[in-house]
Design a protein. Structure first.
Length: 458
């Protein structure tokens, strides 16, 4: 007999079927035992005689054959898609046994009583919780929608490398690796490769992991995260990029609203009003507004502080009824060497960030596409032109006016679902304290003593 999914049993009333899954819970009632069987489609109630399930415990993996029947009216569970039916077990086979669980994590609200370190220490188990599973259903939809929307806009996907010879951003927050006794790095961004690919397809995107060696622990930073990157050529203005970004972000949220209603309801999460046009402000204008609203004077700072991002989002909500706001024209010295300066104000760039409910979720801007200007900037930023020779080939032989942007997938999910910490928005977070298991000081010392950095053979 071919296995069917739990959700499919509603089509097989009165018929014999085979289902497989994990025991989510067990309830003994004298001469009858109820099992909640969990598979990828949801929960199904199993009704069994005690002798069929003598040794069976939670998380046992079972194969069950039986007859689908209607539940008694008083036992209908409206919270389950299969809540009007149950399976009368006739034959049960244990596929895999499970050890006794270390704590209760099955109830959708039980995870809220566990600390974040405990949730992550037991990630292979806690990720099975219905509410945590919902986070990654939303995350999957965000990535899928990103791909679908850009393909419909005639963008082509490519695969960007994660091992690179030089830091794209030209900064110090990079992970060094030994690459066949040569120096190499984990990519901070696919930026240089996106620009090279414009000479092939004009419009490209990539879904990739990027790495930032930031030694801080905050609720908004990860050492490894998923970057949804896009780049487009033949732009008429840097504002073409903002327009495309607005189309993309609204399309993503529309798809999440359509396909993840159950998951959103678990977090009482609401999709923003997508009919409202996203307001745009220059960074210095935003800082002035923040000063006028709060008295906090960061008007000479080169970037928005986290509390500034939260305040300017409150302003956008108050004035425009928008939970998003574009902040533009960041200082030239705070942006990478390839960012295009504003011809009307060369100390600021034709760049932007998109803030959502108090957090930056997108960054982008127009890029320099002139070869000589790029060479000059590489030197000005303190980098060696030889390190960028491969990248510069594309511009030596012609790249049109272009630009792009990148979305942080985990940040979008965090803000949408109202999660407290970005580590909740990735299945297996990487930070200064954890690579699956928590790192110890002893391990760090051991690594330092036994793995000295090799000399570069460049």
């Amino acid at each position: 007999m071919k296995r069917i999914l739990n959700i499919e049993t509603i089509k097989y009333l009165g018929k014999k079927v085979k289902v497989c899954g994990w025991v989510n819970s067990r309830r003994d009632h004298g001469g009858i035992v109820f099992l909640d069987l969990r598979d990828r489609s949801g929960i199904l109630q199993i009704v069994s005689k005690p002798d069929l399930v003598k040794e069976i415990k939670e998380e046992y993996v079972l194969e069950i054959e039986g007859t689908v029947q209607k539940r008694p009216l008083k036992m209908v569970n409206k919270e389950l898609e299969t809540g009007e039916v149950e399976l009368q077990a006739e034959q049960i086979r244990v596929l895999v046994k499970s050890e006794v669980l270390p704590f209760d994590f099955k109830n959708k609200d039980s995870v809220s009583t566990l600390s974040l370190p405990t949730l992550l220490d037991y990630r292979p188990l806690t990720i099975r919780n219905e509410k945590i599973k919902a986070i990654f259903k939303v995350s999957a939809e965000v990535v899928d929608s990103f791909r679908r929307t850009l393909k419909n806009l005639d963008f082509v996907e490519f695969q960007s490398p994660n091992i690179v010879p030089v830091a794209a951003e030209g900064g110090a927050e990079i992970f060094h690796i030994d690459y066949y006794d040569y120096d190499a790095y984990l990519a901070q961004s696919p930026q240089l490769y996106k620009q090279i690919m414009l000479g092939v397809f004009e419009r490209v995107f990539t879904v990739t992991h990027v790495y930032r060696a930031e030694p801080s622990i905050t609720t908004r930073h990860l050492s490894e995260y998923t970057s949804l990157d896009t780049e487009m050529a033949f732009i008429n203005s840097w504002e073409d990029l903002i327009d495309t970004c607005e189309i993309l972000i609204k399309s993503i949220l529309t798809d999440v609203q359509k396909d993840c209603q159950k998951e959103l309801s678990l977090f009482n999460a609401e999709i923003p009003d997508l009919k409202v046009k996203i307001p745009r402000l220059k960074m210095r204008e935003a800082q002035k507004i923040i000063f006028e609203r709060t008295g906090r004077d960061n008007r000479k700072e080169p970037d928005l502080e986290p509390e500034d991002e939260r305040e300017i989002c409150k302003f956008a909500k108050d004035k425009y009824n928008s939970e998003f706001i574009f902040i533009t024209h960041y200082p030239t010295k705070k942006r990478p060497f390839y960012t295009y300066p504003d011809p009307k104000d060369i100390d600021h760039t034709l760049s932007f960030d998109l803030l959502y409910r108090g957090l930056e979720i997108v960054t982008g801007g127009q890029r320099i596409n002139d070869y000589e200007m790029l060479v000059k900037n590489i030197k000005k930023w303190g980098n060696d032109v030889k390190d960028f020779a491969f990248y510069l080939q594309a511009f030596k032989y012609g790249i049109p006016p272009e630009g792009g942007f990148a979305l942080g997938a985990e940040r979008i999910v965090k803000q949408l679902l109202g999660l407290e910490n970005i580590r909740e928005a990735t299945p297996f977070p990487r930070d200064t304290e954890r690579i699956d298991q928590r790192l110890s000081l002893l391990q760090k010392r051991k690594k330092t003593k036994t793995k000295p950095k090799k000399k570069s053979k460049k």
